[in-house]
Design a protein around this ligand. Structure first.
Ligand SMILES: Nc1ncnc2c1ncn2[C@@H]1O[C@H](COP(=O)(O)OP(=O)(O)OP(=O)(O)O)[C@@H](O)[C@H]1O
Length: 230
């Protein structure tokens, strides 16, 4: 589904991503772990085309998207939930969801399923995004990314600053989406327990490199929690 090959990324003279290669498969949650500043967000921004890839390639369903704009990537089937959610605070929940359908004809309805996944959004449809709690905003950001029916969903620390009950709800939705086998999911996460519960595959990053990888079920045996806390 998603293939990343020898990806290198720089900010000015700093070498941020160092030859990353991995595959994210349909029906699987690929969790990317690592401490602050190791390059996880930069990796996701590179996958989305928010920062241009220096060298290496990104392939989605066999199509090389390395040089595509973020807009083209959304059209190609990528959905992005950025760190910090980036909800439009002055727009309503409905208008935020419509943003996720921006490239479709204006008459395209908001998929009813989004309200089944996140019932709170239905109740809040006409409220401003900025008036929602952090957890509700996170659910809105995920729903917005799902609106156009992506085949790859990318999430950057969806549990950051969110209360436990909503973290559980978000975890359930991510698992359910993966189990449908119509989507690949790449999840950047620092909350180990949440990551371990969802991971089919894990990657651990350190200073721009993948230093460990394996199946989610083996994270405990492989000492991944300890890698995060050193
Ligand atoms: N726009 C930028 N210009 C220059 N350096 C940057 C920029 N954005 C990030 N960096 C640096 O690149 C490195 C990787 O940052 P990145 O945000 O990708 O890490 P991260 O693993 O996502 O960390 P966090 O969990 O804190 O978000 C850090 O050293 C950071 O200071």
């Amino acid at each position: 589904m998603l293939n990343v090959d020898s990806l290198n990324q720089y900010y000015g003279g700093s070498h941020i991503l160092r030859g990353l290669s991995f595959e994210a498969k349909l029906g699987e949650v690929t969790v990317v772990l690592g401490r602050n500043g190791v390059g996880k967000t930069t990796l996701l921004k590179s996958l989305m085309g928010v920062v241009p890839v220096k060298t290496g390639s990104v392939t989605l369903d066999g199509a090389d998207i390395t040089r595509q704009t973020p807009y083209e990537r959304v059209r190609a089937g990528m959905g992005y939930v950025p760190q910090g959610r980036e909800i439009f605070g002055r727009l309503t929940v409905e208008e935020n969801l419509r943003m996720g359908l921006a490239y479709k004809p204006a008459s395209t309805p908001i998929p009813a399923e989004l309200f089944e996944l996140f019932p709170v959004l239905k109740q809040m449809l006409h409220r401003r995004g900025g008036d929602l709690s952090g957890g509700q905003q996170q659910q809105l950001a995920i729903a917005r990314a799902l609106a156009a029916g992506p085949k790859l969903l990318i999430l950057d620390e969806p549990t950051e600053g969110i209360q436990p009950s909503i973290i559980k709800d978000i975890g359930r939705v991510i698992r359910m989406l993966a189990d449908r086998k119509t989507m690949a999911i790449v999840l950047v996460e620092q909350f180990y327990d949440f990551a371990a519960e969802l991971a089919d595959q894990y990657l651990v990053m350190e200073r721009g490199e993948i230093i460990a990888r394996g199946r989610g079920a083996d994270m405990g045996d492989h000492g991944v929690r300890e890698m995060m806390s050193i």
